[in-house]
Design a protein around this ligand. Sequence first.
Ligand SMILES: [Zn+2]
Length: 210
Amino acid sequence: MTCWKCQQPVEGSLRCACGALQPVPPGANPFALLGFAPRFTLPAPELERRFRELSFQVHPDRFALADPRERRIALERSTALNDAQRTLRDPVRRAEALLALRRGAEPDGPGGPPDARTERLPIEFLEEVLSLREELAEGQRAGDRAAVDRLVARVRAQRESALRDLARLLDSETPPPSDLDRAREAIAQLRYCDRFVEEALRAEGAEVRP
Ligand SMILES: [Zn+2]
C-alpha cells in the first residue's frame, strides 16, 4: 500500500511518515483494528485502553482543518473503531468474528455466516433448555423470587463454562475443524444463556415496578 498523500509505501500503519492518516486496510478484522492478536481471551481493561487511545488519535475533531480526504478517512477510522470495539467487547460477537476468521471466511452480516444461525445444538442441551424454561415459567407464575434467582445462578454458571470452552477452542491459531464445530455450539449456548438471564431479570424488574 502507498500513502494517498505522498505516494510512499506504508505498511498498514495508522499514519504515514509524512503524517497523513491512512485509510482502514481492506478486510481489516476487529482484532487487527485494535492491535490485538486474534484470540478469544482478551483483557477488557486493555481493550478499553487501546480503544480510548486510538479513538483519540483518529477523532474527527482533530481533523477539522485537514484536507477533506483526510477528514473522510478520520471519520471512516472512527466508525471502524467503534464497530470493532462493540464486536470485541461482546463475547458472542467476539467469538463469531473469531470463528469466521479461523474458518477463513468473513461474517456475511450481523448474524454471521448462515451455518452460525442454524444453531444445531446437542439434544441434551436442548432438553435442559426446555426444562429450565419450564422451571422459570413456574417460578415466575408462583412469584417465587428465590427459585428464579437460583435458576439465574445456574444459567450464569453454564455461561461461565461456555466462555471457558470458547477460550480453549478458539485461542489456538490452527484449531481442528471439530473444535470449530464445538465452538459454534458454545456460541449458541452463550447466546441462549444471555437471553435466559436477560428475560428472567426483565420479568423480575417488571414485578417490582408499581
Ligand atoms: Zn505519506
